[in-house]
Design a protein around this ligand. Structure first.
Ligand code: COA
Length: 160
């Protein structure tokens, strides 16, 4: 059974993330979407909210499960028995960042592998921060996040 992990801070989950989930799930038997912590970021949505939003978006995808983990990604990778981690690539700068993380993770765990999927061009310039920024000014984020969580994200950003 092939297992892939798709980790990210998902603050919030966007259409770009959804596209990667759909494509990655076709490449494995089981895809674990893992809400992870990036120590360089302070999240707006707490872990429980992010999990709940992602689960709402991914309902009805039998191969996909959603969970969270604390600590190092390589530890979660080992515990899950995964074959590889999937990451989306939006740009050259993403490539550099992903290469650095892959190198560090490989030094920590010799079995660690990463699959880099190029993002859809029309979604390549979106990010969770842009979604939060637009929503905080009352802008329309319906083209940026899955319909299932659009109203929730908009409402939460207004009451921050
Ligand atoms: N479409 C659109 N946007 C995308 C995208 C896609 N397909 N993929 C990523 N993004 C955006 C995200 O929304 C995010 O935007 P933001 O910076 O405004 O929040 C940005 O690209 C990068 O996010 P993401 O790819 O999810 O990376 P991350 O920095 O949130 O996640 C972790 C990095 C959490 C996986 C990494 O820090 C980690 O492994 N943490 C665990 C601790 C650890 O092991 N650290 C050592 C790592 S070497």
């Amino acid at each position: 059974m092939s297992i892939l992990i798709y980790p990210g801070s998902f603050d919030p989950f966007t259409n770009g993330h959804l596209d990667i989930v759909k494509r990655a799930s076709r490449l494995c038997d089981r895809l674990i979407v893992a809400v992870s912590e990036n120590s360089n970021k302070r999240s707006f949505f707490d872990s429980a909210e992010r999990l709940s939003m992602i689960r709402t978006c991914l309902e009805g995808m039998p191969k996909v499960e959603v969970t969270s983990h604390a600590g190092l990604l390589v530890d979660f990778f080992r515990e899950s028995g995964a074959d590889a981690v999937v990451r989306g690539l939006r740009s050259e700068s993403d490539f550099r960042y992903e290469s650095e993380m892959a190198t560090a993770n490989k030094l920590l765990c010799a079995d660690f592998e990463v699959l880099l999927l190029p993002c859809r061009m029309d979604l390549a310039l979106t990010s969770s921060s842009i979604v939060r920024e637009v929503a905080s000014f009352g802008g329309d984020i319906s083209g940026m996040v899955p319909e299932a969580i659009c109203a929730y994200v908009t409402r939460r950003m207004r009451v921050k």
